[in-house]
Design a binder for this molecule. Structure first.
Ligand code: FES
Length: 157
C-alpha cells in the first residue's frame, strides 16, 4: 500500500528485463526455467528462436517445461504433459481440433481458443539471455497459476 493509502495495481508494474542464463547453455539444453520478478517462466530455444511463457499450464497448472514440442497446423506448440493441451510457442494460443458434426468424414480442423498462456519477451545481449515479463493488460488464463494463492514455485513439480 502506498503512503496515500492507494494500492498499486500489479498490472501497472514496470518490469525490467532479467538475465536468466547464457545463450550457449540454452542452445544445448533447448529449454531452461527461471524465476523472473517472482514469476516462474520457461524459456524454449526452438529452430533458432527463443520463446518464454508462464511455466504452469493454463488448464490446471501442469509443468510445461516437461512437455514435448510438436508442430500442429504448421505451428510449433508445447504439449502439456498432464492432459496434452497444445499451446503455440509464439503466441500462447490454445489449439484444439474441431470436427464438423454434419460431415463426420471431413478432416478435423485446427482452431484457436485465443491466447491462454502468457508469453514473455526474450532478448539476447552479449551472449546473455534476458526475459522481460509481459505487461499486456489483458487477463490471461495462465495468470491464475502464476500469481496469487495458486502460485507455487518449483516445489509442486
Ligand atoms: Fe496442462 Fe491440463 S494441466 S493440459
Amino acid at each position: 500500500m502506498d503512503p496515500d493509502g492507494s494500492v498499486q495495481d500489479p498490472e501497472d508494474k514496470e518490469y525490467s528485463s532479467v538475465c536468466v542464463g547464457r545463450e550457449d547453455d540454452i542452445k544445448k539444453s533447448e529449454r531452461m526455467t527461471a524465476v523472473v520478478h517472482d514469476r516462474e517462466v520457461v524459456i524454449f530455444y526452438h529452430r533458432g528462436e527463443y520463446h518464454a511463457m508462464d511455466i504452469r499450464c493454463y488448464h490446471s497448472g501442469g509443468p510445461l517445461h516437461l512437455g514435448e514440442i510438436e508442430d500442429f497446423d504448421g505451428r510449433p506448440c508445447i504439449v502439456c504433459p498432464w492432459h496434452k493441451f497444445k499451446i503455440t510457442l509464439a503466441t500462447g494460443e490454445g489449439l484444439y481440433q474441431s470436427k464438423n458434426p454434419k460431415d463426420p468424414s471431413a478432416k478435423p480442423k485446427w482452431c484457436s481458443k485465443g491466447i491462454k498462456q502468457r508469453i514473455h519477451r526474450v532478448t539476447v545481449d552479449n551472449g546473455n539471455i534476458y526475459v522481460t515479463l509481459s505487461k499486456e493488460p489483458f487477463k490471461c488464463d495462465s495468470d491464475f497459476y502464476a500469481t496469487g494463492d495458486f502460485k507455487v514455485i518449483r516445489s509442486s513439480f
